[in-house]
Design a binder for this molecule. Structure first.
Ligand code: IMP
Ligand code: MG
Length: 178
């Protein structure tokens, strides 16, 4: 039998401070230029909501959903779009808002997909930059936290669709019971 427990990694206050700092960096970078901000569902929904409240460029928001993980902590092969954006990003600046960049495969796929739609620029804002298992180089333009290993849940992040509602971020610990 496997027992799971949660250990606090980033508190709600720490997260909100980092998100506000990131929003300031984004505001400085775009200087009020029109921006399309794309939330990568589902994991980024809470981060996206807090971040967009602090943006000063009257962003247009849209949502995309890709699948690469199932109910598992290990990566499955292949990435596909299960819900595409609905607005036209041709000739527009795009900011992808993601929960975690891990191996980099999902972000590489998204960057290519959105560039092919004719965006002038596509930048990446991620809540968490998980560096240890990176397999493809991805340029992360804005990130709140960098960490090396461990599986995190809460503040939108799930394990088998659980824990998304938690306001802070936790490390998921699994222990085998005999
Ligand atoms: P990548 O393609 O390996 O970079 O996968 C990125 C996606 O995997 C993220 O958008 C998350 O949905 C998921 N993911 C990676 N690490 C974690 C984690 O520690 N907790 C929850 N989801 C994760
Ligand atoms: Mg994700």
């Amino acid at each position: 039998m496997i027992n799971t427990s949660l250990e606090l990694k980033f508190s709600q206050i720490e997260i909100l401070e980092k998100v506000e700092t990131m929003a300031m960096q984004i505001n400085n970078a775009y200087q009020g230029k029109p921006l399309v901000v794309i939330c990568v569902l589902k994991g980024a929904f809470m981060f996206f909501s807090d971040l967009t409240k602090c943006l000063k460029c009257s962003p247009v928001v849209d949502f995309i959903k890709i699948s690469s993980y199932g109910n598992s902590m290990v990566r499955k092969e292949g990435t596909c779009i299960s819900k595409d954006i609905e607005i036209d990003v041709n000739d527009r600046h795009v900011l992808i808002v993601e929960d975690i960049v891990d191996t980099g495969h999902s972000m590489q796929f998204l960057l290519q997909h959105l560039s092919e739609k004719g965006a002038v620029s596509v930048k990446v804002a991620t809540l968490l930059n998980k560096t240890e298992l990176r397999e493809v180089p991805v340029s992360v333009d804005f990130s709140c936290f960098t960490f090396s290993s461990g599986f995190l849940v809460g503040y939108g992040l799930d394990y088998a669709e659980k824990y998304r509602e938690l306001p802070a971020i936790y490390t998921l610990k699994e222990t085998k019971l005999k």
